[in-house]
Design a protein around this ligand. Sequence first.
Ligand code: COI
Length: 384
Amino acid sequence: ALNISLFPGGPANFSTYINTKKIFKPYPIMSTTQTNKIEIIKAATSKINEVDFDNLSFGAVFTDHLFECDYKNGEWQKPVIKPYAPFLLDPSAKVFHYGQAIFEGMKAYKDDNNDLWLFRPDENYKRFNTSAVRMAMPEVPEHIFMDGLNQLLQLDEAWVKKGKGNTMYIRPFMIATGEGVIANPSDEYKFMIILSPAKSYYAGEVKVLIAEHYSRAANGGIGAAKAAGNYAAQFYPTTLANKEGFQQVIWTDDATHTKLEEAGTMNVFFRINDTLLTAPTSERILDGITRKSLLDMAKKEGINVDVRPVLVSELVEASKNGSLKEIFGAGTAAVVNPIIGYSYKDVYYELPKVENSYASLLKEKLTNIQHKLAEDTFGWTVKV
Ligand code: COI
């Protein structure tokens, strides 16, 4: 059932390989149409009926189609939407050797009228190109990013389920596909968008370890870019933390390990008495879109917000004197995720249970806006 045209130059045994991997099984091509300059190759059948939408592990299931646009000879080539399937790359492609790769995380939501909405997509688009520049990659033109995203979502809209808690996680990414192991920027790239229906990122309660030795980012580095390597670099220390029962590490500044920065999959907020604190963005911290939305929402709710470096010593002191009320993470995938305790220098500090937490208030307000259950006075939602 392999349509070989999807894999030009592929090895003869490639079809055997992919047919054993159910999720990657390619589709026979049904029809080819041109819409708004994007070529659309539809899958003949959908795998939607194989998916249990009530039991989704984050990022494990992908929709029927993907969007792809290649960059070569100094320009972006013709974009295409086609059946979700693996693709071939030369073993010397630079992404494998030098990690020239960036991504974004966005979500789409369906309201009660079956209309599809994006949340602040312009912010993701801008950040994607900021990351591209930092990683010496070409910027993706707005019409390619936005038209590709909109048309892909429209084609696979049946995969976006209604109701709060149901979302479509969107993963735009770009990799260096140019060949040769000389260590310089690639001259060829692939920009893609894939879609994954998603519920929550963390299944249960989240406990964190505060970093004392390892660092996620340093001044002058790539911490503010959504570069693939930023995540790879966290895997080893996070695995060590996982073994001790912590889901995440809260990274501290590399120079002194005294300032609380971010949690790698999310920005972090602290509530001391009734003040909501979070670190300012910097070269070391990702400029999170959920982060800045929560700050705007908190201000509107009349919450006292203080964006400034937050010290580990303050946090420990606040735990000891009872003024630390909440810690929570904020990110596209994680949404707003309460943290129930943290460990620092081998001492575990448990957070108190608070009524009317800022985390639950802000999460409720945010998801109501995203799902069009409350008026979007900020103008953040954009119809697909
Ligand atoms: C997101 O929240 O979209 C991210 O990119 C974080 C990722 C680790 C899932």
